[in-house]
Write a protein that binds this ligand. Sequence first.
Ligand code: ADP
Ligand code: MG
Length: 619
Amino acid sequence: MSDIIQLLPDHVANQIAAGEVVQRPASVVKELLENAIDANASEIKLIIKDAGKTLVQVIDNGKGMSVTDARLSFERHATSKIKAAEDLFQLNTKGFRGEALASIAAIAHVELKTKQDEEDLGTSIIIAGSEIKSQEVSVTPTGTSVSVKNLFFNIPARRNFLKSDTVELRHITDEFHRVALAHPNIAFAFYHNGSDMFNVPQENYRQRVVHIFGTKTNEKLVPVEEETEVLKISGFVGKPEFSKKTKSEQFFFVNQRFIKSPYLNHAIKSAFEGLLKDGYHPSYFLNLTVDPKSIDINIHPTKTEIKFDDEHTLYAILRSAVKHSLGQFNIAPVLDFEHQSSLNTPYDYRDKKASTPAIEVDRSFNPFSDDSPARQKTTSHNTGFKSAPTESWESLYVGLESKGNNSQSDFSQVTFESESKNESIFSDSSIETKKSTFQLQQKYIVSTLKSGMLVIDQNRAHQRILYENFLRHITIKEATSQQLLFPLQLHYTPNETIIIEDLKADLEHTGFVFSELSAKEITITGVPVGVPESEVSIIFEQLISDVENDVPDANFSTADLLAKSMAKSLAIKNGQSLNSTEQEHMVNSLFACKEPNVSPTNRPTFITMAVDDIEKKFM
Ligand code: ADP
Ligand code: MG
C-alpha cells in the first residue's frame, strides 16, 4: 500500500491554527492590542466597523518593524519574543506563540503598515488568505497599523456563526476593557462606526477603573495592597453594598495579563463571606504580580488561563489581604468583643430584630361543637380586617353614584364587597364555605376544585401573569405609562448602556419613557403603570444580568427576555402574605393566562391533588 500521510500546506495549517486563536472579531482585537503593547506603545487606537465584521484596525506608536520583520511577522511560529523553550518561563510579553498574525492573515484581508523610528520610510504589506498581494515601501508614521477586513471571508461557516453586532461588540468591549485596565500607563482610544466609544489618557489605576466603569465607581472602591515574597497584590475591591448580580466587574490580572481563575475568585468570595446578599457577586479589580517562573501561561491558546506553582499560598494571601482591607475600611466586622453580635450575622439579617416565638392556643376550642369558636375567631378576624378598607372605598364612591357617570361598574363592585361583608357578620358559616382559597406558608395558595385540591406557587404564578401582560404590551405596543414626579437618573457602564439601548424600543412599549439614553447617563421620566419607582433600578439590573448571562443568539427575542426579566423582578415573592381578595385575584388571573400551567421559565405553577389520591392516603 502506498504512503498516505502528507504535510499540510502552510495556508491550511494556518487556517487550522486560526480556529483556535481567532474565534470572533474580539479575538483579533485582543491579539492586535497585545502586539501593540509588546511593541512598547504609549498610545493605542482601536477602530472598529460593524462590530469588527467589516474592520478591526489597531494603530500604535510603538517600535515598528524592519522590512524583513514585517514580512516575517506573518509566518507561523515567527516571533521576536522568545528564542528557546526556557524563555517560556520568564515571559515579560503578552505574545510568544508567533501565531496570531499568521492565523489572522489566513482568514481575512490584512493590511500592515509599519515604520521604525530611525527610518524615514516604512513598509506596507497586503495579505489575504495567507497570500501576499503586495509589499511596498510607504510613507507612514512611526509605529504599526494593522487593518483586518472581512474576517472569515473564506470560511463562510465561521462567518455565519458570528452573533449579532450587539453581541460581537460586547465581546470586543470586554476585551478592550481588560487590556485597558491592565495598562493604565497607556493612552487608549476606541471608535465604533465612526463614533467615539472610549478615550482615556495615561493615568493611574484608580482613574482608569473609574474611566471605564463610570464616575460613581470611585466611591465604591476599597484599596487592596499587599506585598509578600511570592506575591504582590494591588488594586481594589468594591464595597459589599455595591455588589452586582452579574460577574461583569471581576478582574484578575497576573503580570498585567487578564486571567480567569475560579479558584482565586473563590478566595475573594470567601473574604466577603457574610457581607453579600444571596445571588450577588463582589466587584474586584486586582493586579497580582508574581515571578514569571512560577506560572505557566502556555496551557491555553487564548492565554486566559494560567497555572500557578503554588495556588494554595496565593489563595491564602489573597483572601487575607482582601479581608484585611474590608476590615480596615470598616466594611467588614472586625474582631471586637463589644460588637461581637454583629459578627457572622448574614448581611440581610443585620438590622432585623429577633422575634420571640409564640404559640397560639385556643383554650375554648371544642371539636364537638358545630359553632366552634375557632372558626368564629378566624372569620371575625377577617371581617374586622376587611371592614375598614371597604368603608373607605365606599366613601370614595359616594358622590359618584348620584352623578351617574361611567364609574357605575366600579361602584357595583364595591357594593358587592360590602354585601359580602354584611353577610359575614350575620352568618359565619356562609362565608366559611364561600372562602375558596387560603395561603400556606406564605408561599402557596391552596384552593378547592370539584375533583380535589389545587396548590399554586404564588411567585411562579404571578410571574406567568406579569409575563403575559408585559409581552402583550410589547407586541401590541399600547402600554400606558405613569409619569414620574422627578426624572430618575441611572448610571451604567458603556457595555450595560449598550444592552439597554438595544432594548429601548421594547422597554418603551412596556411603558418606560426615556428623556436621555447615552453613555453618560440614562434619564427616565415615565415607568409602566404599576411599577414602583423604587423597583426600576432592580428591573434594569436584572435585565442586564439576564442578557449577559444567556448571551442571546440570533433566534432570541428581546421582547421575550424583557418580559421574563421584568416579571421576575416584580412578581410577588415567597414569604409575602396575601389577603383572600388578592389570593382569589391571583387564581383568576392565572387561569385567564394562555399558558397557566408553567412559569415563564417553564416550571410548574401549580399542582393538583385528586380526591381519589387523598382517599388513598387514608386507606
Ligand atoms: P507573537 O506576538 O506571539 O510574537 P504575532 O503573530 O502576534 O506573534 O506577531 C509576530 C511578530 O510580529 C511579533 O513577535 C513582533 O515581533 C511582530 N509584531 C507584531 N505586531 C507588532 C506591532 N504592533 N509592533 C511591532 N512589532 C509587531
Ligand atoms: Mg502577538
